[in-house]
Ligand binder design. Structure first.
Ligand code: FES
Length: 67
C-alpha cells in the first residue's frame, strides 16, 4: 500500500530501506522523501519503522549480508 502519497512510496519500499539500515524517520525521509512534503505520512511511517525494528530475522539477515 502507498504510505506517502506525495512521493508515491509504499510500505514495501519503507521496509526494504529500514532493513538496509535507514532505520529512522529522518533517514527514510532522506532516502525516499517520506514525510518531507505535507507530513501526513509521518505517523504511519514511524509505526512501520518501529515494526521493522522488532523484526530481528529480517533486520538481522540484512545486516549480516551487509557485513
Ligand atoms: S504523504 Fe508523505 S509527505 Fe505527504
Amino acid at each position: 500500500m502507498y504510505v506517502c502519497l506525495c512521493h508515491a512510496v509504499t510500505d514495501h519500499e519503507i521496509r526494504a530501506a529500514v532493513h538496509l539500515g535507514a532505520d529512522s524517520l529522518e533517514a527514510i525521509g532522506e532516502h525516499l522523501g517520506v514525510g518531507t512534503r505535507c507530513g501526513c505520512c509521518r505517523e504511519t511511517a514511524a509505526q512501520l519503522i518501529s515494526d521493522c525494528r522488532s523484526c530481528p530475522a529480517a533486520h538481522g539477515s540484512a545486516r549480516a549480508a551487509a557485513s
